[in-house]
Design a protein around this ligand. Structure first.
Ligand code: ADP
Ligand code: MG
Length: 591
């Protein structure tokens, strides 16, 4: 019959040869989607789940894990109850992001639709919980697919949902689901499910926490581990046996050692060299994505590039549009946070650039795994500051081999252009400061703090690399006397004079300035001359000389920042817990 090109990511086992055998209907759905041969993880996992085993599966990104749980889930439900009542929940698939839940939901549809009378429901945040509840009430829901927060919310509120006949729970990207941020919700969801059920954990990076859950929620789990053979490019002939790696074998990963002030120019150089390709760039924070998303399109050398920003603080509809538009492009650039790091299967991504390395080293693997999926070739570059170079060795030990990329000497210096964009539009200037501040704060939270030592951050070069006009004032920079070397302020500029390009916004700003001025004058009249301020006032708030004021770029949301510091202190002291902290600081800033 069909004759396929050999794909080294597939086994020679056909889905039709698996034991216990799959149903005719599922086999049809598979071949209609063009899936005939199993990937290694599918060949190993499907028979296990179908024969009542719990599994903890650890296989590289892009190795076909989704079908490895969707197929058994559907088969198990086919065998269990032929006619479930509308509010009998039989299966749940949980994943950490809305985007990934969407994707799983769509991959699963052709298979779920082979089950008569079984209804699946996508449950993610960003839409009214009430409308989800109404839909479930009216249409019923036997399979729930979604993110932990919304799932738990629904399960908790809708007490007529019936879990008595529940069959199977799947946690995709399990290690992420079980880390601090989600653990509570996952545990609560599990507490509502019967103990007698099947559970599958899937990830490319299993961790200690997963082991813990394996003990708590899984019955005699079988561990499935599928590793890729390392193709050690450029490795000397005599060097070791081929090692197994944690990354796909068609993926070449490079690191680029680069000072902070040279990063934008090197980035632009990489983008130009990959003009006809599909590229994802990862940044440290949402504010960084916001900033580079407005700055890069203003650079003349990037004219004609499709640049799409995506992060978790965007409105849900904007997020969806961004992802759909990048997916449909044949060449273009996605600027994003780790909200797009895990599990997303975007077709044809050629190159991954990590402009900033991730806080959590496990995320490294998930980011680069957006390319070289299922046996394809791909290319990734991570920027490292000279002081961060030991990260290369750190990753090598963790079976993630990196090669050095040469610094491009002929890259055009784009910093002057960025600065001139900031002078022309207050929005650019402010976003730059925010990105810079958020970067320093996020850098502090690196998990490998002995490699990423924030006290050694050279913030002068960092500020140059952000195209800032003047060095912002940050309390911690002063307190820890971080190096400001390498920063050349733009002279003859009064930052207050920089206008928003957006006319109505500028009008509003003028109004606000005027109002502030009037309020101050009134205050002066009301209480003349106060004695000097308390010495304990934070440095940032102390009175500055006019010269200092000119030399320092204002942080518009300074107040907000100070508030965050106070909360962080409370968290450290234990006055508030992680969840409250996340809520109060606007949760998941990195996503
Ligand atoms: P993972 O979850 O391991 O990162 P995915 O489940 O997202 O990987 O699958 C990666 C890609 O491989 C998807 O585009 C999917 O359609 C494709 N794929 C999965 N299984 C097969 C198969 N048996 N044959 C052909 N393509 C497959
Ligand atoms: Mg996946």
């Amino acid at each position: 019959m069909e004759f396929e090109l050999p794909n080294k990511a597939l086994t020679t086992t056909r889905f039709s040869e698996l034991n216990p055998p799959l149903s005719e209907k599922v086999l049809e759905a598979l071949s209609e989607s063009g899936f005939n041969f199993c990937t290694p993880v599918q060949a190993a996992t499907i028979p296990l789940l179908c024969s009542f085993k719990d599994v903890a599966v650890d296989a590289a990104t892009g190795s076909g894990k989704t079908l490895a749980f969707v197929v058994p889930l559907v088969e198990i439900l086919r065998r269990s109850s032929s006619n479930p009542k509308p509010h009998q929940v039989l299966g749940i698939i949980i994943s950490p992001t809305r985007e990934l839940s969407h994707q799983i939901y769509h991959v699963a549809q052709p298979f779920i639709s082979t089950l008569a009378n079984v209804k699946s429901m996508l449950l993610v945040g960003g839409v009214e919980v009430k409308s989800d509840m109404k839909k479930i009430e009216e249409e019923g829901a036997n399979i729930l697919i979604g993110t932990p927060g919304r799932l738990y919310d629904i399960m908790n509120r809708m007490d007529f949902l019936d879990f008595k006949n529940f069959e199977i729970l799947i946690l995709d990207e399990a290690d992420r689901l079980l880390d601090m941020g989600f653990q509570k919700q996952i545990t609560s969801i599990i507490s509502l499910l019967p103990k007698l059920r099947r559970t599958g954990l899937f990830s490319a990076t299993q961790t200690e926490a997963v082991e813990e859950l394996a003990r708590a929620g899984l019955r005699n789990p079988v561990r499935v581990e599928v590793r890729a053979e390392a193709k050690l490019l450029n490795a000397p002939a005599a060097s070791k046996q081929p090692e197994s790696t944690k990354t796909p074998s068609g993926l070449q990963i490079e690191y680029l050692e680069c000072e902070a002030d040279k990063k934008p120019s090197q980035l632009v150089d990489i983008l130009i060299k990959n003009r006809s390709r599909k590229v994802i760039i990862y940044f440290m924070t949402c504010a960084c994505v916001d900033y580079w998303g407005v700055v890069l399109p203003r650079l003349s050398v990037l004219k004609g590039f499709s640049l799409v920003p995506l992060h978790g603080k965007m409105k849900q509809t904007v997020r969806e549009k961004a992802l759909a538009s990048f997916t449909s492009l044949s060449n273009g650039v996605l600027l994003c946070t780790d909200v797009a790091a895990r599990g997303l299967d975007i077709p044809g991504v050629d190159c991954i650039v990590q402009y900033d390395p991730p806080q959590d080293p496990n995320v490294f693997i998930h980011r680069v795994g957006r390319t070289a999926r299922l046996g394809k070739q791909g290319h990734a570059v991570v920027f490292l500051l000279p002081k961060e170079e030991s990260y290369v060795e750190f990753l090598r030990i963790r079976r993630v081999p990196l090669q050095e990329r040469k610094f491009s000497d002929d890259a055009p210096d784009v910093v002057p252009q960025i600065r001139s964009a900031a002078k022309k539009d207050r929005d650019v200037m402010e976003k730059g400061v925010r990105a810079f501040v958020s970067y320093i704060r996020a850098y502090k939270e690196h998990h490998c703090s002995y490699i990423f030592r924030w006290k050694e951050l050279e913030i002068g070069k960092l500020a140059m690399g952000h195209g800032l006009l003047q060095l912002p004032l940050m309390p911690e920079v002063k307190h820890h006397s971080l190096s400001t070397e390498g920063f050349v302020p733009v002279d003859d500029i009064n930052l207050e004079d920089i206008k928003y390009r957006d006319k109505s916004r500028e009008k509003q700003r003028k109004k606000n300035l005027q109002a502030k001025k009037e309020a101050k004058e009134k205050e002066k009249e009301a209480k003349p001359e106060k004695p000097s301020k308390t010495p304990s006032a934070p440095t940032a708030m102390r009175k500055k000389t006019a010269r200092q004021r000119r030399a320092q770029q204002t942080i518009e949301d300074e107040e907000e920042l100070m508030q965050d510091y106070r909360l962080l202190k409370k968290l450290k002291k234990g006055t508030i817990d992680e969840n409250e902290y996340a809520k109060l600081t606007g949760a998941e800033e990195l996503l």
